[in-house]
Design a protein around this ligand. Structure first.
Ligand SMILES: C[S@@+](CC[C@H](N)C(=O)[O-])C[C@H]1O[C@@H](n2cnc3c(N)ncnc32)[C@H](O)[C@@H]1O
Length: 336
């Protein structure tokens, strides 16, 4: 017997066209820790009901239980055993679309302690902070565990996400949410996840962790930059998620002053839905205009410094009114 392991993405050859890459039957392997199930809906699973006005309800399927709304009721048993992606009609004629929730839907409807990282930003973080399968990632704070779910999905069961949180009540919310999303048996959790209670600035150095990526979602990420720099491997990435321009400025300037990172990149992402109906094709009237800003920078090797920026700062950028961290070589401009 050949030792070669067949892969689903084997390259086709000229004389042997590839077989169509059909989905494998059965459920997603449990050991993938995807948080996703295929196949018929089972008791104990969460499903998302969407009514004709777009209102959503999340319910946990229980044999013998009944769902009630202002459009009548239906029994959970009518859903259990069916493949998701169907419509159920209530006793008063209300129609509900039935699907298992996606990760992006779960995180915006799960119980919250602290504000969550929205899916559009979690996607940016996974892409731009280059979270890869097998990566060792540190995040703080864990808050409600929304970003944790995306990070765990991206690193997979062979990676590691070490979350730090200084408030026990938020840590508890995150434990419940992450456990629910990944379907961890009671008393256990995703195998790649650890959650440490404490302030990252103290707990990370104490842990001795050396990691590939560090994501900071907290009020004062600059206070954790030294700890992050010491824990990051050369080439690693620090990524901060901050809500206000003052936080953005302080974090970027602190990274510059530290000297052990490349020039930080700062951006935000704006996502706008479009209305597409016949000739009426236009941007939606509403959008989430602002969530937060993102900053990334790469860790230099020990003792190495990135080349100084050649361009001079914009006039007045570090003038007398500027009171934040001052990068080396930038003098205080005299007042007029
Ligand atoms: C906005 S929430 C994080 C939300 C989380 N990323 C999510 O997606 O659900 C910020 C959290 O950081 C925690 N925090 C703030 N400073 C911290 C620090 N220095 N070390 C650990 N946790 C910290 C707060 O207690 C709070 O729970």
């Amino acid at each position: 017997m050949s030792d070669e392991v067949p892969t689903r993405t084997a390259h086709p050859t000229a004389d042997a066209p590839a077989a169509p890459d059909l989905p494998r039957a059965g459920d997603v392997p449990e050991e993938a820790w995807s948080g996703v199930h295929r196949g018929p809906l089972r008791p104990g699973e969460w499903v998302r009901l969407t009514d004709q006005k777009g209102r959503r309800h999340n319910i946990c399927l229980e044999p013998g239980k009944r769902f009630f709304s202002n459009r009548g009721h239906f029994d959970h048993d009518e859903l259990i055993g069916r493949e998701e992606g169907f419509t159920v009609t209530s006793s008063a004629g209300g129609e509900y679309l039935v699907f298992r929730p996606l990760l992006s839907e779960f995180v915006v409807s799960m119980p919250r302690g602290a504000a969550v990282v929205y899916p559009k930003d979690a996607a940016q973080i996974v892409a731009m902070a280059d979270i890869f399968p097998g990566a060792h990632v540190v995040e703080a704070g864990v808050g409600s565990g929304a970003l944790t779910c995306s990070l765990l999905r991206a690193v997979g069961p062979w990676g590691r996400v070490s979350s730090y949180e200084r408030r026990e009540e938020f840590a508890e919310v995150a434990r419940r949410n992450v456990g629910q999303f990944f379907g961890a048996p009671a008393g256990s959790s995703h195998p790649a996840w650890s959650l440490t209670l404490g302030d990252l600035a103290e707990a990370l150095p104490a842990s001795g962790e050396r990691v590939d990526r560090i994501i900071l979602d907290m009020l004062a990420p600059w206070e954790c930059l030294d700890a992050a720099a010491d824990a990051l491997l050369p080439g690693g990435i620090v990524c901060a998620y901050v809500a206000t321009t003052t936080q953005l400025s302080r974090f970027v300037e602190t990274v510059r002053v530290h000297g052990g990172f490349t020039e930080p990149t700062a951006w935000e992402s704006l996502v706008r839905d479009w209305h597409v109906e016949g000739l009426a094709v236009r941007p939606g009237h509403k959008m989430i205009g602002h969530t937060a800003f993102l900053v990334t920078a790469r860790r230099m090797a020990p003792g190495q410094r990135a080349p100084m920026k050649k361009r001079r700062p914009a006039p007045g950028a570090y003038g007398p009114d500027y009171t934040g961290p001052r990068p080396a070589g930038i003098p205080v401009e005299p007042t007029d």
